[in-house]
Write a protein that binds this ligand. Structure first.
Ligand code: NDP
Length: 458
């Protein structure tokens, strides 16, 4: 591992991401004694130091419900503000002066993608890029071609080992837990294949809408916003082969190999929806065909997964907020125990709850009490909150890792390109999106796509 960074520069410090995620992450790192370095906020807005501190306190308060003054004061002593235009070389000159003592600064680009290139060019021209690391946020382009373009621009300024692409799902304890579940439990691996698994369902449901960012969202849509990145990362973790060795590199290489085996999505197996009233929101085109919901089925071309569909759905203004994977096993070959009430035999379900209230639930069949020998489904739940206690937030872990130059929890360039390859056939489809009522599970056509969706625990 390389040496730890010795300064953080937050481009876009006045923005939404810094307020929601990065200030709280910096505060937690300060609490744990992991942020003994200057933190410089950069923006066009002419904020003074007090405005910066006020914004930071507000975000910590919103994230935690309280602010520990001792921790916060330690953070504020490190925070400084630098206002400037991203196209002006003087901005980078002043930054270079502020970073004179830093040998390995970390540049976090919390700015809209349209400004990425200007900042990367500015960092390169000023010589700052040569000794720094850079963190970039999704979206990594809009399609395969623009993603490659962005990668080229980043690589001209930064050594590949110094580029960190955030897909914050990779920083979630619950998502990382899939690796432990699969490779540290001998009992499931023999069943983890087409012989025993009927289908896999992944639901990423948001109970909220565009939250005042409709203008930004309207250029994205659900496929670009979460399917291309978070959901396909989860597919890779579920579908990958065990790595040959235990190291991070071998693990990441297997993830990429799994993505390479995913067949491109087809418009015929995809349903796109838009919640009622979306087009009336400020910033949304009156004739917008952007999907706020997408459901699709993908296939993986490998012996392990032959014929096993992975059904994916995500949407805004769903009945609640949850990210769940349901692995549906095949029912026993011979029906020796009828289900109670003469129902069809019920499959075992393994449910991974990856969002808030994370945990795992395995459903099994037990004997229904009474004279008849019939099966009833009961659940074996594990709630990680009570079993494991407090776990660190994704952004805190990711920032800490980037400062250390550790790549495991960051998206690989090749993985991102594979993800674009997979979703490309369903991007910007001309067919009109189907409207769905707010608070529903999307358009009716999506209901039948998976045969039967298992409703997430909300
Ligand atoms: P914002 O829209 O809040 O923009 C961040 C800051 O960038 C603004 O405060 C503004 O600061 C500056 N900015 C905006 N437009 C321009 C422009 N045209 N030229 C120069 N500066 C501009 O973005 P977010 O904070 O929401 O997101 C930052 C990045 O993180 C984006 O790439 C986004 O896709 C990504 N992201 C965001 C998430 C979120 O939850 N917000 C989640 C995942 C990824 P000023 O005018 O003061 O310079």
């Amino acid at each position: 591992m390389d040496l730890r960074s010795d300064a953080v520069v937050l481009f876009g410090v006045t923005g939404d991401l810094v307020a929601k995620k990065l200030f709280p992450a910096l505060y937690e790192l300060t609490r744990r004694g992991r942020l003994d370095m200057p933190v410089i906020g950069v923006a066009r807005s002419r904020w003074d130091h007090q405005q910066l501190i006020t914004a930071a306190r507000k975000s910590v308060l919103e994230a935690n419900g309280r602010v520990d003054d001792e921790v916060f004061d330690a953070l504020t002593r490190r925070l400084t503000m630098l206002s400037g235009d991203y196209a002006d070389p003087a901005t980078y000159q002043r930054l270079a002066e502020a970073l004179a003592a830093a040998r390995r600064p970390l540049f976090y680009l919390a700015i809209p993608p349209a400004v990425f290139t200007a900042v990367v060019d500015g960092l390169a021209a000023s010589g700052l890029a040569g000794r720094g690391r850079v963190v970039v946020e999704k979206p990594f382009g809009r399609d395969l071609a623009s993603s490659r373009e962005l990668n080229r621009a980043l690589r001209t300024a930064f050594d590949p080992e110094r580029i960190f692409r955030i897909d914050h799902y990779l920083g979630k304890e619950s998502v990382e837990g899939l690796r432990v579940f699969r490779f540290a439990n001998r009992i499931f691996e023999p069943l983890w294949n087409a012989e025993h698994i009927d289908n896999v369902q992944i639901t990423l449901a948001e109970g909220f809408g565009t939250e005042g960012r409709a203008g930004f969202y309207d250029r994205m849509g659900a496929t670009r916003d979460v399917l291309q990145n978070h959901m396909l990362q989860v597919v890779a973790l579920l579908a990958m082969e065990p790595p040959a060795t235990a190291g991070d590199d071998a693990y990441r290489a297997e993830e990429v190999r799994a993505l390479r085996q995913v067949e491109p999505l087809s418009p015929e197996s995809t349903v796109r929806g838009q919640y009622a009233g979306y087009r009336l929101e400020p910033g949304v085109a009156a004739d917008s065909n952007t999907e706020t919901f997408v459901a699709t089925s993908l296939r993986i071309d490998s012996p392990r997964w032959a014929g096993v569909p992975f059904h994916l759905r995500t949407g805004k203004l769903m009945p609640g907020t949850a990210t769940e994977v349901v692995v549906e096993f095949r029912t026993p070959e011979r029906d020796l125990v009828p289900a109670t009430g003469g129902d069809a035999p019920r499959p075992n379900l393994l449910r991974f709850r990856l969002g808030r209230n994370d945990g795992i639930t395995l459903s099994i069949q037990v004997k229904e009490p009474g004279a008849e020998v019939t099966g009833r489904t009961v659940e074996l739940p594990v709630d990680f909150g009570s079993a494991l206690g407090h776990r660190r937030e994704a952004y805190e872990r990711l920032l800490d890792d980037a400062l250390d130059g550790r790549h495991l929890r960051f998206a690989r360039e090749e993985a991102i390109e594979q993800e674009w390859r997979i979703v490309e056939p369903i991007l910007d489809l001309p067919e009109p999106v189907a409207s769905y009522p707010r608070g529903s599970w999307g358009p009716a056509a999506a209901e039948t796509l998976a045969g039967h969706w298992h409703t997430p625990i909300l």
